[in-house]
Each structure stands twice: as C-alpha cells, then as structure tokens.
Design a protein around this ligand. Sequence first.
Ligand code: TPP
Ligand code: SF4
Length: 248
Amino acid sequence: MGKTFQRPEALSDAVTHYCPGCTHGIIHRLIAEVIDELGIRGRTVGVAPVGCAVLAYNYFTFDFQEAAHGRAPAMATGIKRVRPDLMVFTYQGDGDLASIGMGEIVHAANRGEKFTTIFVNNAVYGMTGGQMAPTTMPNQRTTTSPFGRRVDEVGMPIKVAELLAALQTPGYIVRQTVISPKYIKRAKRAIKQAFTYQKEGRCYSFVEVVSTCPTNWGMTPMEAIQWTQDTMLPYYELGELKTPETTD
Ligand SMILES: Cc1ncc(C[n+]2csc(CCOP(=O)(O)OP(=O)(O)O)c2C)c(N)n1
Ligand code: SF4
C-alpha cells in the first residue's frame, strides 16, 4: 500500500524544539510542501531570524543563513541580488520584523526586492520570555505589560501587512493563519502564490501568518487557538491586501 501522507523532502526529520501547540511547526511544514511542489529545493535559501525560529536551519533540507535580529531582509537582498536565480525567503517573528527590523522590511518591500518574507505574528516576543511586541493586542498581558497593553501609552498594535500594502511599489501582501485545517489550506495557497511570484521574477512577496504562542500567553494550546480566533483575527483581518496585478 502506498503512503498517502509523508514528510516533505524539504523538511528534515529532526524533532523541533518548539513548544506544544506552537504554530511555527505547521508553518515550517507548509513552506516545505510548497518548495517540494514547486521543485525548487536545490536552489532555495532561507534566512532565519533571531527568535524562536533561530534554529530553523536544522529543520529544512536546503540552504539557510542566519541573520542578526531584524536584519534578515538586508541579508536576503544581498543574496537575491548576487544570485537572482536562487529562491530566497526570510522567516521572521513580529519582534524581529516589526520592532528592531521595521526599517529593514519597509525599505526592502519598497525597493521591490524579489524575495519572499514569511512573517510569524504571535503578538509577543516568544524566545525571550513573552515581552510586549509592536503587535501585542490592546490590554494583552505580557511580561512587560503586566496590567495589559495600554494603547494610550504605546499606541495600537501595528498592522504590518497594511503598512506594506500602502507602498506604491508592486508586491504581493497577504495575511493568513494556521489555527484550523481550513485556514492551513489557505495559508499554504498564499505561501505557494508568494513563491510563485518570486519564481516568475515578479515582485516582493509577504505572507503574514497569525500564530500562537501558548507558552507566553499562559494558555493551553486549545485556549490559544480560541484566543487567536476571538481576539487577533477581528483585528488582523485575513486575506490578500495587494497583488502585483493591482499595482503593475
Ligand atoms: C540586536 C538584538 N536585540 C535583541 C535581541 C534579543 N532577542 C532575541 S529573540 C528576541 C525576540 C524574538 O521575538 P519574535 O521575533 O517575535 O519571535 P518569536 O520568538 O516570537 O518567534 C529578542 C528581543 C537580540 N538577540 N539581538
Ligand atoms: S515560546 Fe512561543 S513562539 Fe516560542 S516555541 Fe514556545 S510557543 Fe512557540
């Protein structure tokens, strides 16, 4: 009997260090499936962040680089400009991308660099113990906002996808999530579309994935999924914000 479900070739068989209920692993799998389906494993380079995905290079079977915190877009720019034949993507959390790395991502998108970003928005700094991030929800308790995020003091959470979609440069900007099979299928379609635009040399592509961090949210995996659904998704609306067709 043939196997109907197996590990993608682009995913290694290493056991990940991610916490139970963390969605980083699902996103890794989707990226690996897309890379297999597009037949690009031999010419793909990922750029790993500083954050919980810092060890991402252990989990894939293609080349990876490690960037300093927030600097993955600069490294991806260099790789892609020197080797435009390669498929290059950055994998970044919201602390990495939307805080210290905000300038990097805005300028890379605005220059229309022909790489792809997978942006994992879990509303906190996961790796360092759950501090408030630019994406933390109003009133959300974190280790640095023990009484909840005060929007009168620090403003509303930044919607990075909307921010990038406002740029005039053509690009593909989309937000999805992976909290249920229905959403996982849509997230995979978005990742595949992003890589396809890159393969065609069309534009910069950005896939935000609304994600969970049960450990730092102080929730069970199921509670984290429910909280994402009830609290994050009404604010971080899913769907395509921009396609190259609408700006070409
Ligand atoms: C220049 C620099 N500043 C700060 C840090 C500390 N640091 C490491 S990971 C991290 C936050 C990561 O959070 P996020 O990017 O949201 O990813 P997650 O861990 O949630 O996946 C921070 C602040 C660092 N390593 N380097
Ligand atoms: S701390 Fe949060 S983001 Fe990091 S592996 Fe654990 S659940 Fe995932």
